[in-house]
Ligand binder design. Structure first.
Ligand code: CTP
Length: 407
């Protein structure tokens, strides 16, 4: 795919941050074509963007000299169109299909990957009109980058700050990746933790954020697969894409049922979820009261101790192997010690084709962090993937899986 990005700048005070964004994209070797609205030009001069991008800035539908139909030429000129900052006004226009200047006509004619980074006053962002527009755009496959919260230019505090340029550069780089390595394949990804209820307010769970599984789902989509994401509870926005089905589940048993069902039609299952191995034997329908628990307690070494009975959850990936011998199965091994050895044993015990070993005792990778560093082990050898973003790790892993003899 061409490493070209159309960068649309609209009239928010965050337009000054788009200068840094433009510079960072260019530094990554990405060709940047700037499109500015009239309001953006009131805040930052086009000459600044011209020198940062090394190209003339597109400003006017009717400017001379220009291509025969300026906005159509622009729309066809890059695979990724990022509008950053994107004001609430432009969000609402895009959702309604309004095309009344160069930026919005170009967006309407654009058929590639559209990413918008909203920057607005908190109230304007949270207004029902803007929120409805965002949902509409997401349903059409537009990637909407939610604003950060904090102090805003107007003095108010709340959501509305444009995400930092480094975050936007990572999103643009991700969108520029494409391959046909998994074209026509049906991939199921499990992600996140599971939650096992003690009662309506308390549960047993783990630290999985779901980021690795979500990155795998996005990478598989960009490699041409049809993807089913079975996700436990996470704080991540549910991805939206035409070839993606998302099943939100809570407990290991729910995840097991949804995964087994989705796997019937699948070619590949990647189990990135951190499934709780055990659940409370009894789940109370009403909140367990402290006094009632205390009555059941015993005294041990000066402390009040209660004993909870746990029962084993189904091992989803082992059940999948029993169900379908022909399925390509990829598991994850979250380990804190003897990482590779433990992972190799799990590969055999669970009948997997690949296992991805990661060291969750490190704080700079794995659970919750943005990066990962893994060792991909199969029956025929192993490949180390150096520390990189979870999307990059997902991409490299899927390339290995797609190129394997079993795929
Ligand atoms: N897994 C699963 N069902 C479970 C537990 C785990 O499908 N009930 C999957 C995970 O999604 C992962 C792999 O099995 O792909 C290994 O998970 P992990 O928690 O590392 O292994 P466990 O079998 O739980 O072993 P241990 O807790 O002893 O490390």
């Amino acid at each position: 795919m061409d490493r070209k990005v159309l960068l649309g700048v609209t009239g928010s005070i965050a337009a000054y941050k788009a200068c840094e964004l433009c510079r960072l994209l260019a530094k990554k070797g990405i060709e940047v074509q700037i499109v500015m609205t009239g309001h953006a030009c009131e805040l930052v001069g086009p000459a600044t963007f011209r020198s940062l991008s090394g190209r003339p800035v597109a400003l006017d539908l009717f400017e001379e000299p220009s291509a025969a139909v300026h906005h159509i030429e622009l729309a066809k000129s890059a695979p990724v169109f990022m509008i950053a900052p994107c004001t609430a006004d432009v969000v609402n226009k895009l959702a309604a299909g309004v095309a009344d200047d160069l930026l919005t006509t170009t967006a309407l004619a654009f058929t590639g990957r559209l990413i918008i980074a909203v920057a607005a006053n908190a109230q304007m962002y949270l207004d029902e009109a803007t929120q409805t527009s965002i949902r509409k755009l997401e349903a059409r496959g537009v990637m909407v980058m939610a604003p950060d919260s904090g102090e805003l230019a107007c003095g108010d505090t709340g959501p509305g700050r444009m995400p930092e340029p480094v975050v936007l550069v990572a999103a643009a780089e991700e969108a520029l990746r494409s391959s046909e390595a998994l074209k026509g394949r049906r991939v199921v990804v499990t992600a996140g933790p599971t939650r096992e209820d003690f009662d309506p307010v308390r549960y047993l769970s783990n630290r999985s954020s779901g980021k690795m599984g979500y990155a795998l789902a996005r990478a598989a989509l960009q490699m041409g697969a049809k993807v089913t994401l079975v996700t436990g509870p996470t704080a991540l926005p549910a991805p939206v894409a035409e070839k993606l089905d998302v099943h939100e589940v809570i407990s290991a048993r729910d995840m097991c049922a949804a995964t087994l069902d989705a796997a019937r039609e699948a070619d590949i299952v990647i189990a990135a979820a951190a499934v709780a191995d055990f659940r409370p034997r009894i789940t109370s329908e009403t909140k367990l009261k402290k006094y009632a628990l205390t009555e059941l307690a015993e005294q041990k070494e000066g402390e009040t101790v209660i004993t909870v009975e746990l029962v084993a959850n189904p091992d989803i990936i082992s059940q999948l192997r029993e169900l379908r011998e022909d399925l390509l199965l990829v598991g994850f091994a979250a380990e804190t010690q003897d990482v590779d050895d433990n992972a190799r044993q799990k590969l055999q015990r669970k009948g997997l084709d690949f296992i991805v070993a990661n060291d969750v005792s490190r704080t700079d990778i794995g659970f919750g962090s943005e990066d990962n560093e893994v060792c991909v082990i199969s029956g025929s050898g192993q490949t180390r993937i150096a520390k990189s973003s979870k999307f990059e790790v997902a991409w490299r892993l899927l390339e290995l899986v797609a190129a394997s003899r079993v795929c």
